[in-house]
Ligand binder design. Structure first.
Ligand code: PLP
Length: 223
């Protein structure tokens, strides 16, 4: 997309979020837009940064390491969110690059993050990914295990988990998954909800999303 188109698309997404917030089931939660910039280059990202967008999401550590350090030097206020699966051999690098990790999905990763946070003296925002659809091929903690996993993170690892994240199955009504995620967060005593993508972020806001992760609706379709 052209520079102007990205700026306009970003404005439209923000307008949609603001309208949906007025009908939110969690009216005192404000929704933060994460512009998902995976696969897009600087020419697409710069117009969003210049328009004041501060939160960006990437799903690969390697790609973020190549793209973001120079942009951060120019825009020191920006916040970077890891929204893709994290491998244990990338934890150190991920914590040096990202301000938020949305994809804590197993004990080993939680332990690695706890270790690295001490080493690097960082305080990233941390979310647990939940496999709300119980899909065998998907990442995430099963709904039934969320409460005990959060307790484990908190008590054994002293990790401050601020919320839950989900990616609903493509062929199911997203609203069911958004309301399940909200319920699980309530039960586990955490507040943040990372849910909603280009096709369903308006719905996610109405179910009380704290973060929506929107890519193609801002930057155009990925090849
Ligand atoms: C790519 C991606 C998004 C954004 O998807 P769009 O459909 O482009 O808005 C959101 N969340 C995750 C985890 C992703 O990988």
């Amino acid at each position: 997309m052209h520079f102007d188109q990205i700026t306009t698309a970003l404005e439209n997404v923000n307008t949609t979020i603001n309208h949906a917030q007025k009908k939110s089931l969690r009216p005192n939660i404000s929704t933060q837009l994460i512009a998902v910039s995976k696969t897009y280059k600087d020419v697409a990202i710069l117009p969003a940064l210049q328009a004041g967008q501060q939160h960006f999401g990437e799903n690969r550590v390697q790609e973020a390491a190549q793209k973001w350090p120079p942009l951060r030097a120019q825009f020191p206020e920006l916040k970077l969110h890891l929204i893709g699966p994290l491998q244990s051999n990338k934890i150190a690098q991920a914590l040096s690059l990202f301000d938020f990790i949305h994809t804590i999905d197993r004990e080993k990763i939680a332990r690695g993050i706890a270790r690295e946070i001490k080493k690097q003296n960082k305080k990233p925002g941390l979310l647990v990914q939940v496999n709300t659809g119980c899909e065998p091929q998907k990442f995430g903690i099963e709904p039934n295990d969320v409460k005990s996993f959060i307790k484990f993170c908190k008590e054994e690892l002293q990790l401050e988990i601020e919320g839950l994240m989900c990616i609903p199955p493509v062929d199911e009504e997203a609203a069911l998954h958004f309301s399940l995620l909200a319920k699980l967060a309530d039960e586990a005593g955490v507040q943040g909800l990372s849910m909603g993508m280009s096709g369903d972020y308006e719905k996610a806001v109405r179910f009380g999303a704290s973060w929506v992760r929107v890519g193609t609706a801002i930057f155009g379709s990925r090849n």
